[in-house]
Design a protein around this ligand. Sequence first.
Ligand code: URA
Length: 187
Amino acid sequence: MRDWETLREACLACTACELCRSRTNVVFGTGDRNAKLMFIGEAPGEQEDLSGIPFVGAAGKLLDDLLVSVGLSRERVYIANILKCRPPHNRDPLPAEQDACLPFLREQTALLAPRMIVCVGRIAACKLIDPNFKIMRQHGEWIERKNVLMTAVLHPSALLRAQQNRPPTYLDFVEIARRAREEKIID
Ligand code: URA
């Protein structure tokens, strides 16, 4: 297995799909490489492409607020995306792009060995939990797979679009933090 830095360098040099042509930066992932709690989003947006850091745009600020509201922070978890490069105009990632990029996420997950994975939004939930995952109906549900607790929350961009999505998402985060503390995944 490659170490973190070797993997990161390979990811930064990746040309496995067309998105390498339009990217400004590869968005590898950020946070605590010893964390046991991992958040996985969809793909970089404009601000992430410009900075090389996941979830730093408007949706990212909201994710930060949600983490802080339940006593967490981006420094205490690990945050990555299914895609490491921005799709043009933030369109949904194509299946072929997801398949080309997924080996990086798999290696990140193997290095981190998280005990809890939170899928942020429909794309991550469909890729990692169930291809038929219905995010509006199934957010906040839990499964355990190979000793890893998995759940999904609405994408913060859905909260920016519709205020009524905020209270249920806050409750999902409360439960994530409660369960992570109960299972000693976070202090
Ligand atoms: N949306 C995502 O899914 N990931 C990011 O990094 C930013 C926005």
